[in-house]
Design a protein around this ligand. Structure first.
Ligand code: THG
Length: 276
């Protein structure tokens, strides 16, 4: 199954058969104080620097999150989208809990964006699915709902299937639903990664959809985070992960190594392109 996203003119194909597409995570105020201060000044230079460095590091889609306390993201998210689009032709993944900000950004974005994210709560589905349909966007379906985050992979699958069903009923194509099985910190729960990996396997087998995850989440609070992230990434790709939200500067070599080892990189062209 193929999910097609578009920047201004460039198309990015996310295929359930691989190779893996990295959604760059770095335009996110979490732990990036400079992003907050520059955006508060209405200065987009640092956002553009983060966009450029991630594209150079082989991100093919950019997650854009400008959420911080006190922000008017209905205004700031579209402004940030316009600043990025004026310089780079790359599809965007609009990351906000505020449907108003998502819609305002979609109005100016053009191309074909990814909405990050819709969860299984009625409120989220009824707010965002019509917006996705209206603007022709794809959605990330988060495997959580009113009951929170379950640690049962079968139940996570059910939540994803529920969001998929609602989206398809609203006229969204099945391939435009990308599932996020939810990656949680393994320091807080020793089975957290196992549950995620099992959910990826189930979603891949039973729904056949593309799969994303916030892949840096798993290593919070532990040493050697890059090693943990790389091992979890590799196992996730083996199970069906196709478009992680991650830091490309740290993970791209691992991702391309996994694709090569899984027979998705003829003559090692994509691996050699970045492993120098
Ligand atoms: N699922 C979906 N969307 C998501 C998440 C998810 N969006 C947000 C988040 N989780 C993924 N994005 C980030 C962005 C930045 C950081 C982590 C996850 C981050 N990481 C380093 C840290 O924590 O120390 C710092 C920066 C770095 O090492 O480069 O800042 O799960 N759908």
């Amino acid at each position: 199954m193929k999910t097609i996203l578009r920047g201004t003119s460039r198309e990015v194909v996310i295929d359930t058969g691989g190779p893996v597409v990295i959604i760059g995570e770095c335009i996110n105020p979490t732990r990036r104080k400079k992003l907050v201060t520059t955006l508060q000044e209405g200065n987009f230079d640092y956002v553009l620097e983060l966009a450029e460095s991630q594209i150079k590091a082989f991100a093919e889609v950019l997650d854009v999150n400008v959420g911080f306390p006190g922000v008017d993201d209905v205004k700031l998210l579209p402004e940030t989208v316009l600043a990025i689009k004026a310089r780079f032709d790359i599809p965007l993944c609009l990351d906000s809990p505020n449907p108003g900000a998502i819609e305002a950004a979609l109005k100016v974005a053009g191309g074909k964006c990814l909405i990050n994210s819709v969860n299984g709560e009625e409120k989220s589905m009824s707010a965002l699915i019509p917006i996705a349909k209206e603007y022709g966007a794809a959605i990330i379906a988060l495997a959580m709902d009113d009951e929170g985050i379950t640690s049962d992979p079968e139940k996570r699958l059910k939540v994803a299937a529920k969001i998929l069903e609602r989206a398809v009923k609203a006229g969204i194509r099945e391939e435009d639903v990308i599932v996020d099985p939810l990656a949680m910190a393994v320091s807080a729960d020793p089975r957290a990664c196992l549950v995620t990996l099992e959910t990826i396997k189930l979603v891949h087998r039973k729904l056949g959809l593309n799969i994303t995850q916030g892949a840096s989440n798993i290593s919070f609070g532990l040493p050697e985070r890059e090693v943990l992230n790389a091992v979890h990434m590799t196992l996730s790709i083996l199970n069906g992960l196709t478009c992680p939200i991650a830091n490309p500067e740290k993970i791209a070599v691992t991702v391309r190594a996994a694709d090569l080892i899984l027979g998705r990189d003829d003559y090692a062209i994509r691996y050699v392109e970045i492993a120098q």
